[in-house]
Design a protein around this ligand. Structure first.
Ligand code: NAP
Length: 291
């Protein structure tokens, strides 16, 4: 029998559960004069209860990893346990050869000030054969430098190809664009990932801020004394096997997004039907949305 995850968590193939809400960091770390303020914002996130963080070597050329690393180091010094936090980072496709994956991960670990990354993803498909990238991930696991590995921006044919290479079935997650405004993955990718008990990590869950100002969400938001962004997140947080990764750069947005977890259970069948009418699920296969 497949076990069900606790409310508000997603279940990974290893049996590990993680919260369905984690913080995106794309946009952090770009401006050195803003680093101190960004570290302070990330410390506020940790104080509010955010425990999952999504970053990448690509974001601000390592700048996002660096500010996240500083914030985490401060929080650990203040008594937060390393095991309480879950950090995802990503390797660029141009580094996806075996030695390149290992070198890129070492650089990310240095910037993050960590000994180990919890989940390390291939950022998008690479011309390097998948079997070679998997060998790099396996080496990193053996060295204790990553706990789990996965992929990002893989549609179903690419995922099937990965699952067929030696070691490929150990893939722990696929991170793709999924939101009320981009529901294409519901046609086949999300159901297939559910069969494999492989969480779908939903990036750009607010369509990069567009849903926060979407006219169709304003009325429902007013009825729930919420914001459009909270409705969009609350809807996503109801989807089994999905983790949402909204980026927020202010304490206000962090608080609002955190509170969307409480709103998720308050959405009624008529709310969901109304959302389906305004943001219809896919009736056929659509190209994978990429932001
Ligand atoms: N794997 C990939 O290829 C890939 C691609 C894209 C993104 N990602 C990951 O997914 C994360 C999220 O995606 P994203 O950054 O593209 O877009 P997003 O999370 O959909 O939207 C972020 C935008 O929404 C605004 N926002 C956040 N909370 C809000 C709220 N409560 N009310 C109003 N506006 C709000 C943010 O403004 P403020 O910044 O002012 O708060 C920002 O402009 C990224 O940070 C990254 O970690 C991965």
């Amino acid at each position: 029998m497949t076990s069900l995850p606790a409310a508000g968590t997603v279940l990974f193939p290893s049996g590990e559960e993680q919260p369905t809400l984690a913080l995106g960091t794309c946009g952090y770390g770009a401006d050195p004069s803003a680093h101190a303020a960004e570290v302070a914002t990330l410390r506020q996130a940790l104080d509010m209860g955010w425990r999952g963080f999504d970053t990448a070597e690509m974001y601000a050329d390592g700048g996002a990893e660096a500010v996240l690393g500083l914030a985490l180091e401060q929080a650990f010094r203040a008594g937060l346990a390393r095991e309480a936090v879950w950090v995802v980072s990503k390797v660029l496709p141009e580094h996806a050869f075996e030695a390149g994956v290992i070198a890129a991960c070492e650089q990310s670990l240095r910037r993050l000030r960590l000994d180990c990354i919890d989940l390390y993803l291939l950022h998008w498909p690479s011309p390097t054969p998948l079997a070679e990238t998997v060998r790099g991930f396996e080496q990193l696991q053996r060295r204790g430098r990553i706990r789990h590995w996965g992929v990002s921006n893989f549609d179903l044919p690419q995922l099937r190809e990965l699952l067929a290479v030696p070691g490929g079935s150990a893939c722990a997650a696929n991170q793709v664009h999924y939101s009320l405004g981009a529901r294409g993955v519901e046609f086949d990718l999300l159901p297939a990932q559910r069969v494999h008990q492989m969480p779908l990590l939903a990036y750009s869950p607010l369509d990069q801020g567009e849903l926060a100002d979407h006219p169709a969400l304003r009325d429902m938001a007013a009825r729930h004394r919420a914001t459009p962004a909270q409705i969009a997140l609350a809807w996503l947080l109801r989807q089994p096997g999905v983790m949402a990764l909204p980026k927020a750069g202010s304490a206000l947005h962090l608080r609002h997004n955190w509170a969307a977890q409480g709103l998720s259970a308050a959405l009624q069948q008529d709310d969901l039907a109304w959302l389906d009418r305004h943001f219809p699920p896919p009736a056929r296969k659509l190209p994978l949305s990429v932001r």
